[in-house]
Design a protein around this ligand. Structure first.
Ligand code: MRU
Length: 376
């Protein structure tokens, strides 16, 4: 894996994204560039803007595991591009015989699947790719071409979906001068390039530039402080950073008009798995009568799980809680818990904003309706 510093965040030559649907503010989260997956290294933001170049699926898996790339839709895009790399590698290694070619892709798919368990977009994208590599009417070289095309399409579709999520959310938030509280980073960095929760914020801002955003810092990995603040400031969207435990204070004071967050997995009944701390925020929003919106593409919706109790919750390293980078603040040897996600019950969710439309309770019915809408 090779790293290159950015030229001030400008788009590089040869990027595969369609000119008609660009990302925002020059942010290139993850791109397919002629047989290489290029991604901004989110571990180093906001201090350094460095791009890493992955040439194997194993490098993509490593980037996902170590959170160089993160955020549910971006994980789906990265996993799909990782599979396209795996197909190229299988062809190069002489695995031209269909059975061996498929065995290599099966191994890559399993390896990518095992990187992070909670975001549904990742297995969703792997399944989309699997539909191609299991076809027996195509020769391996044709499969590899098709997989490349589909990976780029998943990327492009995500850009289009996020724009639609933004528009659907903006139609819902009609107040003048809204003050939106958001958690974690559900922005361009978490998607192909526009964002879900930040997509809504961007679309509202386009209509009413007086919008203001309160950004939770989002312990322990500080996606709010490092990434959301960086994105919003780049675009000149008015914002203030708060620590997670200040959210109740501002909700109770009546400062916040809406809470908008993203999602890692939404189950059939409308339960929402998202970054740890989202559940607490939903309880505070409900207690204070503030609408709590979840913005996500339909590829985050797992209608096979009836409710949030079966969502696999990632537990991450103790070192994320006991310090940050080289700085340690907890006593050596301290026992730690570090669940990376929690589940917000559907009863705390005012609406789920998707690219297909807005779902309201009861979610079993509204999500099913949106699902069948697409199939027609
Ligand atoms: O651990 P992360 O940074 O991958 O968690 C990201 C989140 O929880 C986001 O809110 C979610 O993936 C939605 S991104 C549009």
């Amino acid at each position: 894996m090779e790293a290159t510093p950015s030229a001030g965040g400008r788009r590089g030559d040869g990027a595969a994204s369609p000119a008609s649907i660009p990302g925002v503010a020059g942010i290139r989260t993850v791109e397919w560039r002629d047989g290489t997956v290029v991604m901004i290294d989110q571990r180093r933001l906001p201090l350094e803007e460095v791009y890493i170049h992955c040439r194997t699926w194993e490098e993509v898996a490593d980037a996902i595991r170590t959170m160089a790339v993160r955020g549910a839709p971006a994980l789906g895009v990265a996993a799909a591009m990782g599979m396209a790399l795996a197909a190229r590698a299988a062809l190069r290694s002489g695995a031209g015989a269909p059975a061996r070619f498929r065995a290599e892709l099966q191994a890559a798919s399993k390896g990518l699947f095992e990187t992070r368990p909670t975001a549904y977009n990742l297995p969703w994208a792997l399944r989309e790719m699997e539909r191609i590599w299991t076809r027996d009417d195509l020769a391996p070289s044709e499969v590899a071409e098709e997989m490349e095309r589909l990976a780029v399409k998943i990327y492009e579709d995500d850009l289009v979906s996020c724009r639609a999520i933004g528009d659907n959310g903006a139609a819902l938030i009609q107040e003048e001068r809204p003050v939106i509280l958001t958690h974690c980073n559900a922005g361009a960095l978490a998607t192909a390039g526009y964002g879900t929760a930040l997509g809504v914020i961007r679309s509202v801002h386009a209509r009413d530039p007086r919008l203001h955003v309160l950004v939770d810092e989002t312990r322990p990995l500080l996606q709010g402080a490092r990434l959301t603040a960086w994105e919003l400031m780049r675009e000149g969207i008015s914002m203030e950073l708060i620590t997670d435990n200040m959210a109740g204070y501002f909700l109770n004071k009546g400062v916040v008009t809406h809470v908008v967050v993203g999602a890692d997995r939404i189950t059939a009944n409308g339960d929402v798995a998202n970054k740890i701390g989202t559940y607490s925020l939903s309880v505070l929003a409900r207690e204070n009568g503030v609408p709590f919106y979840v913005a996500a593409p339909f590829s985050t919706v797992d209608r096979c799980l009836p409710d949030g109790s079966a969502v696999p919750i990632e537990e991450r390293a103790a070192s994320e809680v006991t310090g940050f980078d080289a700085v340690r603040w907890a006593p050596p040897g301290v026992q730690v818990r570090n669940p990376a996600f929690d589940v917000t019950p559907a009863r705390n969710v005012t609406a789920i904003i998707t690219e297909r439309g807005v779902a309201f309770p009861p979610y079993e019915e509204s999500l099913e309706r949106l699902d069948t809408l697409e199939e027609r």
